[in-house]
Design a binder for this molecule. Structure first.
Ligand code: FES
Length: 575
């Protein structure tokens, strides 16, 4: 019979010497009985609660449900805080700090006497940050998302977070609604605990947690305010103790098959373009060389089944009542579009989890034969304007603009855009292509969600609601439009995007996956010879380290020295 692997935490708590005294004694200061150090699994509850991250504001209560589950299963729970990333409040963008938070998570796990980890995550960047850090540490790990908010209801109309902010702010600019109505809608939109309830980045990433198998079935869609979210947290607390006993480390779940399932699930839910950057970053922490080409290849032929905002009509609450992600995964499995044997956190295969999943509402989760939007995977573009790739979400774009040639109107920075966009003398019409430079990982810095540029006011007043827009930025997962994002290399790194000038002609051809700047090589070389990189954003601190080391969007925008994993070896004594 094989020897059972000693628990990692026993390197601290199992010692009967001076250091063992230290390790146990200080934890006894809150009333911990001695028997908690007897070799039972020590479970870290990694919490991103913060009042500055309102989407995760209910996480102290959620952690208590995890704690109950851990105790019920015979584990010893220890909750610890890590950096939290509030999407709407952090400047210049929460994405600048995703890698910093991932470092925090990785090192907190490695430094402490923990055997298993429960990740509490919700607002956009908290999910990839925690998964990235945990993947590099590679202990047994289970994910618990905080859940979406209840539907927004404004004057009897359903409104979705983010999506209706964008549409209502454009209505305000166009003079179609009053400021009073705008303020009233603010309170009506975010009316309960939880993260954005459209299929934005938070809901997309919560779906990825479930599709990857890191979370329990139901993780994606149970509303934060629904008691079943607390039940899921409690069950995760129980399960992580078993995962430690079974030595089911995160890398046994985060396999290439799991990522391929996630990519197809992303297409089937019409998920956020941000998930492309995050999945690549998480995969590379786990040693999987996921590429943009994987998204294009695997997403082809996958239909968007879910009629949710920003592309559709419904919200996450409706998605949950209709059957949630298990119903979508079942449909994919029946079409031969899943690796059915991928192992999940509950110890069962993905197919075991979803084979019998019901669909209670075929309007919300449409059948594969009559999908909400056909062939809706991410399209990965390339060409002389984006040699290393660019991303567009066809399900959020206007069909008539998917093949379009237009005159470039160039903005060198987000400030230049804001300064010019409502100027009636701006030389632009609906057929033009708006180009925004210097908003990528190094350029902004942090690759802000500004790619869905506001349309010029004079065109809004003419009734124009979409134009082709191209940038090295990201866009909010709750946004929509014919928006080409993540152009790589970015302008600030000297990519061809930096060389575009007003009046150049550009062709976007999504069916051919092409993004072409109609400027010949000699002219581009001449422009490059006089191009100057933008001035550095910072001379010191984290921002300098970030700009010096951040990878381009097609490589996940991680820091170059964080790719891969080091595991969680027990460190040296501090005495
Ligand atoms: Fe937190 Fe949208 S602002 S998920």
């Amino acid at each position: 019979m094989s020897e059972k692997k000693p628990l990692r935490s026993q390197a601290w708590f199992g010692r009967q010497d001076k250091m063992g005294f230290y390790y146990r004694s200080f934890l006894k200061n809150n009333g911990t009985p001695h028997d908690q150090f007897d070799g039972r699994p020590v479970i870290g509850i990694c919490n991103t609660w913060s009042e500055l991250t309102p989407c995760n504001g209910h996480f102290r209560a959620l952690a208590e449900h995890v704690r109950t589950g851990v105790l019920e299963a015979g584990g010893y729970p220890l909750e610890f805080p890590v950096s939290s990333l509030g999407e709407v409040t952090m400047r210049p963008t929460a994405m600048l700090f995703r890698n910093l938070a991932a470092m925090d998570v990785e090192e907190a796990i490695r430094a402490h006497p923990l055997d298993g980890i429960v990740l509490l995550m919700g607002c956009d960047k908290t999910t990839p940050a925690l998964l990235m850090g945990a993947a590099s540490a590679d202990l047994p790990t289970i994910g618990v998302s905080g859940g979406p908010q209840l539907r927004g209801v404004y004057r009897g109309t359903i409104i979705g977070s983010g999506t209706n902010i964008i549409s209502m702010s454009e209505q305000l600019r166009a003079g179609e609604i009053t400021l009073e109505a705008f303020h009233e809608a603010e309170a009506a939109m975010n009316r309960s605990a939880g993260h954005c309830m459209t299929m934005g980045t938070a809901s997309s990433m919560a779906s990825m947690v479930e599709a990857l198998g890191v979370g329990l079935p139901g993780n994606a869609a149970i509303p934060a305010a629904d008691a079943r979210r607390n039940e899921l947290a409690r069950l995760a607390g129980r399960r992580i103790v078993a995962m430690v006993h079974e030595d089911q480390v995160l890398s046994s779940i985060l396999t290439r098959d799991a990522f391929e399932n996630a990519i197809r699930a992303l297409a089937a839910i019409g998920g956020s373009t941000n998930a492309v950057v995050h999945l690549i970053a998480i995969a590379r922490r786990a040693g999987i060389d996921l590429t943009l080409a994987d998204f294009d290849r695997l997403g082809r032929g996958v239909h968007c089944l879910v009629d949710l905002m920003p592309s559709g009509r419904f919200l996450m609450e409706d998605f949950y009542y209709a059957g949630g992600l298990p119903a979508v995964l079942r449909t994919l499995g029946e079409q031969g579009l899943l690796h059915r044997d991928a192992v999940t956190a509950n110890g069962r295969t993905l197919w075991d989890n979803v084979a019998e999943a019901p669909n209670w509402n075929a309007e919300v989760i449409t059948p594969f034969a009559a999908p909400f939007k056909p062939d809706a995977g991410m399209a990965i573009l390339s060409g002389n304007l984006a040699p290393d790739g660019a991303v567009i979400k066809p399900s959020a774009a206007s069909p008539e603009l998917m093949r379009h040639t237009g005159r470039a109107v160039v903005f060198e920075s987000i400030e230049a855009l804001h300064h010019a966009v409502d100027d009636d003398s701006l030389d632009i019409d609906a057929s033009c292509i708006m180009v925004l430079q210097n908003c990528g990982p190094k350029g902004y810095p942090g690759m802000a969600e500004v790619g869905n540029m506001p349309l010029p006011r004079k065109l809004l007043q003419q009734g124009v609601r979409d134009m082709v827009r191209i940038s090295d930025a990201r866009m909010s997962g709750t946004a929509y439009g014919t928006v080409v994002l993540h152009v790589a290399p970015e302008a600030a790194a000297g990519g061809p995007l930096a060389l575009v000038r007003n009046g150049d002609m550009i062709t976007l051809d999504v069916p051919a996956r092409r993004l072409h700047l109609h400027v010949d090589d000699a002219e581009l070389a001449a422009r490059r010879a006089v191009w100057q990189p933008p001035a550095p954003h910072a001379a010191r601190g984290y921002v300098k380290m970030y700009v010096d080391h951040v990878l381009q969007a097609n490589d996940g925008a991680d820091l170059d020295f964080l790719v891969g994993r080091s595991g969680a070896p027990v460190g040296r004594d501090n005495h």
